[in-house]
Ligand binder design. Structure first.
Ligand SMILES: Nc1ncnc2c1ncn2[C@@H]1O[C@H](COP(=O)(O)OP(=O)(O)OP(=O)(O)O)[C@@H](O)[C@H]1O
Ligand SMILES: [Mg+2]
Length: 270
């Protein structure tokens, strides 16, 4: 099962949510692979630090782009981060993927499914594979979405972001599902709150429930937590006696559980 947390807007918590949800599921015994599909490489940095915090040295010998263009099996690039959690890193060379792929003598369909064909051999080795994406519309991201079975739409509760979520759903439907028969399903809309109980947040949540269907909005929301920002510096830490670690992991565990429940119960209804 291949999943991505996505939207068109930058800085909405895609990478942090992907990393933490994957982390919580790995802790619960699911076998997880994370793949950094964003040339900004934020997930690679976070996972390198998380592995180091667990005394696991993560040395990057193969980048995702390097393996893709040389037809090296992606299995060769897998790095262990901790029990049940593996990772494939990216570097900024991934910026060249869309242009490189566009120049290949391939059909349109072959171009949008190029990544999937490389990831498919790994599918049965893991319970879940998470792909971290950049906030752009590109041939690279089309490849990511064509690879996914499920997409979680991140909705930052700020002005105009609801339009972004709508546009994104429309883009998936009209470009990838209608044109290339993408298998992708939308798991639901996961709100990222800018302020606990903020009035703008509540108004946008109400509007989202009205527009997109209340049942499609995650009950568990992503709250602002200083600890998540700290993880960018320290890697993900998990000290049992630390109140902030505990609170953060509990919050993302709830989101992870709701994600799996939604997948099991059928997805987005429009
Ligand atoms: N729940 C949270 N509480 C507080 N800060 C958060 C939370 N989630 C993410 N952040 C912080 O917000 C910033 C953006 O988060 P993140 O990198 O996950 O977003 P993104 O959507 O992946 O960004 P991009 O679109 O650039 O890939 C980071 O500094 C991150 O530490
Ligand atoms: Mg990101």
């Amino acid at each position: 099962m291949i999943i991505s947390c996505a939207n068109q807007k930058g800085g909405t918590g895609k990478t942090s949510t992907t990393a933490l949800v994957a982390y919580e599921l790995a802790k619960k015994g699911k076998k997880i692979l994370l793949i950094d599909c964003d040339p900004q490489t934020n997930l690679t940095q976070l996972m390198t630090k998380t592995a180091a915090a667990k005394d696991e040295l993560l040395i990057i010998d193969h980048t995702l782009f390097g393996m893709l263009i040389k037809n090296i099996p992606l299995e060769k690039g897998i790095k262990p981060v901790m029990d049940n959690l593996d990772f494939i890193p990216a570097a900024s060379d991934l910026n060249m993927f869309s242009r490189w792929l566009d120049k290949q003598k391939l059909t349109e369909k072959e171009k949008v499914t190029y990544l999937y064909n490389h990831i498919a051999p790994l599918e049965n080795k893991y319970d879940l594979i998470f792909l971290d994406v950049s906030p752009t519309m590109s041939l690279l991201n089309d490849n990511v979405f064509m690879t996914c079975d499920y997409i979680v739409i991140m909705l930052q509760t700020q002005e105009r972001s609801l339009n972004g979520a709508r546009d994104f759903i429309w883009y998936l439907q009209s470009n990838l599902i209608n044109q290339f028969h993408a298998k992708v399903n939308i798991v639901g809309v996961l709100p990222v709150l800018s302020k606990r109980g903020g009035s703008v947040d509540n108004e946008i949540l109400a509007q989202a429930a009205y527009d997109l269907g209340d049942e499609n909005i995650f009950k568990h929301k992503i709250m602002q937590m200083e600890r998540v920002k700290r993880y960018d510096l320290t890697g993900i830490t998990d000290v049992e006696k630390n109140r902030w670690d505990k609170e953060t992991h509990e919050a993302y565990t709830q989101v992870a559980e709701e994600m799996l429940e939604r997948i099991n119960n059928g997805t987005f209804e429009s």
